[in-house]
Write a protein that binds this ligand. Structure first.
Ligand code: CDP
Ligand code: MG
Length: 246
């Protein structure tokens, strides 16, 4: 297999696209016919706050961040229907996967998308004013229907955040994996344990196939040492679709 053929990118069909029944349209725009890219992974996800905050970690502290987290969690588009809060999370692969997907999505701001790239997916989005408690406009949020990784490094971080190796056919795993030979890792209230605590969730058991980078992080974190990934970034995918979030 040639290496350019296994470039992958993460795509999220966001809650506004589901709410506006644009899923079928978006998927057809992303099809191999239009993009030359193939499906590698797919899942329907009820986005937890932990996953949302890890996914958009680079935007922490920005004025639109709290609203962005509520948007991706589906709280804004389905305020009274928790059962409908979900995104479609996809991995596509093929030559220039990241660039091709970003191109078909278009510019982040739907107004700019309509002006500069009519026909792109984000041209169908909206821009919503953000107000403070006193009602003053403090910025805007861009409801732009779709997320696509911006760089190969971002794609790797995001794919490992949303997907386990076992979510892909074995020949479609792009990053190094490892089989956990001995340890159990449990998670509860933001803490990592190597023995079962009442109420904890088992993230990884012996025999599980895991991303090597996650395993490296857990080994260090379990010894209280700093690691390249946060515990939340590793744990979020194991707790995916675990409980209803508010
Ligand atoms: O999604 P993309 O990589 O194109 O843009 P970003 O700058 O990484 O921002 C992530 C997401 O935050 C955007 O897709 C928008 O939904 C949202 N955003 C926003 O609401 N207001 C902004 N001023 C910038 C981004
Ligand atoms: Mg981005």
């Amino acid at each position: 297999m040639r290496t350019e053929e296994i470039k992958q990118t993460l795509v999220l069909i966001k809650p506004d696209a589901l709410k506006n029944s644009l899923t079928g349209y978006v998927l057809s725009q992303l099809s191999e016919f239009h993009t030359g890219l193939r499906f590698a992974g797919a899942k329907i996800v009820h986005v937890s706050r932990m996953l949302a905050e890890e996914h958009y970690a680079e935007h922490r502290g920005k004025v639109f961040y709290p609203s962005l987290i509520e948007y991706i969690m589906g709280l804004l588009h389905y305020p009274d229907e928790p059962n409908r809060r979900r995104v479609i999370s996809l991995v596509y692969q093929g030559p220039d996967a990241v660039k091709k997907m970003r191109e078909i999505c278009g510019p982040t701001n739907p107004h700019v998308a309509r002006e500069t790239k009519p026909g792109c997916i984000r041209a169908l989005g909206t821009v919503v004013p953000l107000k403070d408690a006193a009602g003053n406009e403090i910025g805007e949020r861009m409801d732009n229907l779709i997320h696509a990784s911006a760089t190969d490094n971002e794609a790797e971080r995001e794919i490992k955040l949303w997907f386990r190796p076992g979510d892909f056919p074995p020949f479609m795993r792009s990053y190094p994996t490892e089989i956990n030979a001995e340890d159990h890792y449990y998670f509860k209230n933001g803490n990592l344990y190597i023995t079962h605590e009442p109420g904890s969730v088992c993230l990884i058991a012996p025999g599980d196939v895991v991303w090597k980078s996650d395993f490296d992080a857990l080994r260090l974190l379990s010894k209280g040492l700093p690691a390249a990934s946060s515990l939340e970034a590793v744990a979020a995918k194991y707790l995916m679709n675990y409980t209803v979030e508010s």
